[in-house]
Design a binder for this molecule. Structure first.
Ligand code: PAF
Length: 273
């Protein structure tokens, strides 16, 4: 595995490779969810590139940028064992200069749900992903469905800017008890880890109601909110794949999303129906 710490090292490493490039952008603290993305990239491409970069522009002031888990040694090992060809590990100064051109999230879809709770977050995500795509020039890029709105906006950016990369959505990976894997789960202590299960339990209840024939968004949202109590719930939302609110679930075109705080840790989860 080649470790590239600058764009020129990355380009040199990639110039020596032939065939399709599968790319997995990450912020490190890799878990089985990331492994699933890397494994898919490994199966479908000749070359696999993983980036690890804790992107400062997608954190709001007061968020967890400084304490975001950094596990360089373990991450390098995971990448090596997963058959990654090139690990891109840039420094902030190699990614950002002064007074730069930036990407802007779209006015409506970019400023609801996660975009409303974290204004500016998606501008930072889109900016760094655009930079990374231009550096790596991947054939395919792999993203988890757990960050559903991020996935939708990156897909839209690729369409809007006529980019050639194929975005490959991957299923959310969960612990046996249902907790969606997230690098932020390390912030949870024992009791909070149990409280955090309310998110997946609420989503299971929503899914059960739909399977029993209740497609009414308000009724599903209120049953889910009940289960989430007493967590600090930011939203329970039912949208179509274009992230428009819908009054009725439409099977094949619905995402049910939750965001809630467990202690000071903000967690998100969703199911695609
Ligand atoms: O999902 C993430 O880990 C990040 O938002 C991403 C896509 C790597 C951009 O920093």
């Amino acid at each position: 595995m080649i470790i590239a710490r600058s764009v020129s090292e990355l380009r040199k490493a990639l110039n020596a490779k032939e065939g399709n490039i599968g790319f997995v952008p990450t912020m490190g603290a890799l878990h089985i969810g990331h492994r699933t993305l890397i494994d898919a990239a490994r199966k479908e491409n000749e070359t696999v590139v993983v980036s690890i970069f804790v992107n400062p522009t997608q954190f709001l002031p007061g968020e967890d940028l400084s304490k975001y888990p950094r596990k360089e040694e373990a991450d390098f090992k995971i990448c090596e064992l997963s058959g990654v060809d090139v690990l891109f590990y840039p420094a902030v100064a190699g990614m950002y200069g002064e007074d730069e051109v930036r990407m802007c999230a779209p006015d409506s879809r970019g400023f609801i749900l996660e975009g409303a709770s974290r204004p500016g977050h998606f501008d930072g995500v889109l900016t760094v992903v655009m930079k990374l795509f231009n550096m790596v020039q991947p054939t395919r890029a792999y993203f988890g469905k757990k960050d559903a709105q991020q996935l939708a906006l990156i897909t839209q950016m690729v369409e809007n800017f006529f980019m050639k990369v194929e975005i490959v959505p991957m299923e959310t990976v969960r612990e046996k008890d249902g907790l969606a894997l997230s690098s932020r789960n390390v912030y949870l202590n024992g009791p909070q880890r149990i409280e955090a299960l309310k998110l997946s339990t609420a989503l299971k209840e929503g899914t059960k109601m739909v399977m029993q024939g209740n497609l009414n968004s308000i009724e599903i949202q209120s049953a889910m909110t009940e289960i989430l109590r007493p967590l600090d719930v930011e939203y329970v939302a039912i949208v179509n794949r274009r992230f428009q609110s819908i009054a009725q679930v439409v099977i094949g075109d619905t995402i049910v999303l939750v965001a809630a705080r467990v202690g000071t840790t903000r967690l998100i989860d969703n199911v695609w129906m």
